[in-house]
Design a binder for this molecule. Structure first.
Ligand code: PLP
Length: 392
């Protein structure tokens, strides 16, 4: 039973998909590991025949995610990139994709390198914050693909404006909402067709599972959700049942985790900004700062400003490396959204696959570092950063 539209997100993360097991009353649903199901006759079964085509544990986590996003349906995949490649497989060969210029390096590689080689799609990279440029580029497009906030520059894209442009040219919109989580924004409510997540990040939240999600709007083109479901099975891109159960369990604390993480991030961004000169910081990038170019749009479409902060450091690559290895609570590691805080260097890690000219064009330089704020005590995190940045 869905609790959609009757309760707040903080309640839904705990109850949706977590309804007690009808057979036993267990308040935690059983994990179905079976790969195959006994058939009662030809064409007669109890809803399942083979686990790739349907699995009760996967159905529960998909029902929960669809409910959180206000979607008609959600599909879970073995990784965020698997979700993205399944979405690309819905397109006709030679399709035109217009993508935001600031994207996670792996998605950039998929769109700019792998997609064109596999399906002949054409990909234009434009700044989705420049609405005039996007309007021009979108002519003849089949798909508009973007992240907001984007990785790693935390650019904010106007969801309603993109949805409007897409409707005018009859293109499908995909918003990668990984950096916001459903607790930060609900892109489908702003007219976007498909919301994507790397469930590896906030949704899983503990750096112990890989996963991806596509959730499809009630208002998306007829047949799109069915096509994604068909391809999930046909391509074999399914999340394994034990990860589905782990994800369903992790989602129960999503609202609590994100509230803590985003409150701490807002505090740290203000503090780092106030002490930037002393800490050798040239720029603090955080959508919650009034100086951020996307602050007004973020205030309108987000319920918090996220748990990611990007910084430009003074002092060259040597100093950047010293800072990256000097923090104790912020682990120097890729990924984000977990309970533990992380610090990383996009140019050499998450965005190493991005062509050097493109990195230069959009200013992902060696001076840029990215923080993912976890659930630790805020004052402890502030002290950790201050100690690392103060070392000269
Ligand atoms: N989208 C964004 C914004 C990401 O940051 C990532 C990974 O960092 C992905 C997609 C890819 O997800 P995964 O690593 O789960 O394949």
């Amino acid at each position: 039973m869905s609790v959609k539209n009757r309760t707040s997100l903080a309640t839904r993360v705990i109850h949706s998909g977590h309804e007690p097991d009808p057979a036993t009353g267990a308040v935690v649903p059983p994990l179905y590991t079976a790969t195959t199901y006994v058939q009662d006759g030809i064409g007669k079964n109890r809803g399942y025949d083979y686990s790739r085509s349907g699995n009760p544990t996967r159905q529960r986590v998909e029902a929960c995610l669809a409910d959180l996003e206000n979607a008609q349906a959600a599909f879970v995949f073995p990784s965020g990139l698997s979700a993205a490649s399944t979405m690309l497989a819905t397109l006709k060969p030679g399709a035109k994709i217009v993508a935001h210029e600031d994207l996670y390096g792996g998605v950039y590689r998929l769109l700019a390198q792998v997609g064109p080689a596999m399906s002949g799609c054409k990909v234009d990279l434009v700044d989705f914050c420049d609405i005039d440029a996007l309007t021009t580029a979108a002519k003849g497009a089949d798909l508009l693909w973007f992240e907001t906030p984007s990785n790693p520059l935390l650019k904010i894209v106007d969801l309603t404006a993109v949805a409007k442009i897409a409707r005018e040219v009859d293109a499908i919109t995909v918003c990668d909402s990984t950096f916001a989580s459903p607790c930060g924004q609900l892109p489908l409510d702003h007219g976007i067709d498909v919301v994507m997540h790397s469930a590896t990040k906030f949704l899983g939240g503990h750096s112990d599972l890989l996963g991806g999600v596509l959730s499809v709007s009630e208002n998306a083109k007829d047949g799109l959700a069915d096509r994604i479901g068909y391809l999930q099975n046909a391509l074999g891109a399914v999340m394994c049942p034990s990860d589905c159960a782990l994800l369903l369990r992790s989602l129960r604390t999503l609202a609590l985790r994100v509230e803590r993480q985003t409150t701490s991030a807002a505090f740290l961004a203000e503090k780092l900004t106030a002490n930037a000169a002393d800490l050798g910081i040239a720029e603090v990038i955080y959508p919650g700062l009034a100086t951020h170019p996307g602050h007004t749009i973020a205030t309108r479409q987000m319920s918090n400003f996220g748990a990611l902060i990007s910084l430009r450091l003074m002092g060259g690559l040597d100093r950047v490396e010293r800072v990256l290895t000097a923090t104790h609570l912020f682990h120097f590691a890729v990924s984000l959204g977990s309970v533990e805080s992380l610090i990383q260097h996009p140019a050499s890690l998450t965005h190493a696959a991005v062509a050097e000219e493109h990195r230069e064009k959009i200013s992902i330089g060696n001076d840029l570092i990215r923080l993912s704020v976890g659930c630790e005590d805020t004052a402890d995190l502030a002290a950790d950063l201050e100690a690392a940045f103060s070392q000269r």
